[in-house]
Design a protein around this ligand. Sequence first.
Ligand code: 5AD
Ligand code: SF4
Length: 485
Amino acid sequence: MNRYEIDQIVREIDIHGQPPGTEPDRQYFFMAKVRAHVRELTKSLGRKPTCCVTTFGCQMNARDSEKLVGILLQAGYDITEDEHADFVIFNTCTVRENANQRLYGRLGTLKNRKKKNPYMKIALCGCMMQEPSVIEKLKESYGFVDLVFGTHNIYKFAELLNAVFENQSMVIDIWEDTDKIVEDLPSERKYPFKTGINIMFGCNNFCSYCIVPYVRGRERSRKPEDIIREIESAVAEGVVEIMLLGQNVNSYGKNLEEPMTFAQLLQEIEKIDGLKRIRFMTSHPKDLSEELIQVMKHSKKICRHLHLPLQSGSTRILQAMNRRYTKEQYLALAKRIKQEIPDISLTTDIIVGFPGETMADVEETIDVIKQVEYDNAFTFIYSPRTGTPAAVMPDQVPPEVVKEGFDKVLKAVQDMAKQQVKRFQGQNAMVLVEEINEQDPALLTGRMSNNTLVHFPGDPSLIGSLVNVKLEDCYGFYYMGHQVP
Ligand code: 5AD
Ligand code: SF4
């Protein structure tokens, strides 16, 4: 359902009645109630209240934030990127500890702003809120926060917002898990021409370092018909590229009433007229099927990019990480993919400093980087997360040893990326134009099918369209080029 259709429903609701028991009707009812509160607030302020949603972390969070913004727009807020807004929401990430520290710092700044603006409200949501120790800390030392909710009940945002207007004290609503997926709620896209589409939520893999299964819950797939309907309506509104989102898209559909594979879902999505490009994130190597490779190979729309997290190149460490593949299995998979789809770009995630990791293990990782020839890799320093098995493993690696390994891996990744990215130099490529270049407004920035960035001179009216660009010069991670017919 689009924004206008939802607006029409919300307009006609009698807010003096009882809230409906079923979703999404219940949330429409609370959107109508919040609208009334926002109208009052507008009178007090003498202008429309503003709201800022700041997103930390991954694409999944970015998509969740679009859902929050959709509801805030229905409620009557003006959206801004300025954290001096009347309502500030932090959608948090907790995958690594430094993300948590950054949040507490930002909250300190907000506290001072709130003292100056008596109408100001602060909300926190996302993965970090699923950690009981965080909630304790917020209750104890951050009492000025108005609303705290987690990852499982984000669909209830309108209802929670209403509670904030009707309560003086901090509203906290955290669920441990859910099997619920609520459809037909509003969402506002950051870009008119591309969007993320959730196909599944949660993760069942329990990699031993990872907090995600604890904060995002068990794996649940959306029904294919709901996914297709959402994409069709996005395409009708001008979207040409979608990114299918899931913690482990390769296990999509296993728990549906009528099971379906990810490759089958992709084939259905491919049929949608007007949709030009399909991306997806993230693939677990252990579940990547030959069926998927064949569907990608024959697809006209699936982008020539696969993000295939390696984490470590050492079989011993992979085992301790509970990744359920060996170095050799990963290498064989990467080889098979490149053999079938030669122009594909592979990218990856790597963790350095996992408990027990030695320099010999780091060398194994570097060996994989050299053999697989990644176009890009995100390299992370291992961060112990409370509650995960790895956090209590013996042999935590001393920081100076981690640093040495990290620098080596980073150099290997950068050298490889430089060499790989430039292999298309001199060729023409279709580029989806995304924005005006941040440094030089005479240039546009777009993305190739394989996700490489390209900058070229052009008119901003091209934003959102696919254009053919000659890839003239490669500068490490990106190209400079010129549009060609
Ligand atoms: N420490 C460091 N990196 C981590 N990741 C997940 N958990 C941790 C952790 N505890 C990385 C993995 C994953 C990416 C999203 O974040 O590489 O693929
Ligand atoms: Fe974390 Fe592993 Fe699940 Fe990815 S697959 S979210 S790394 S547990």
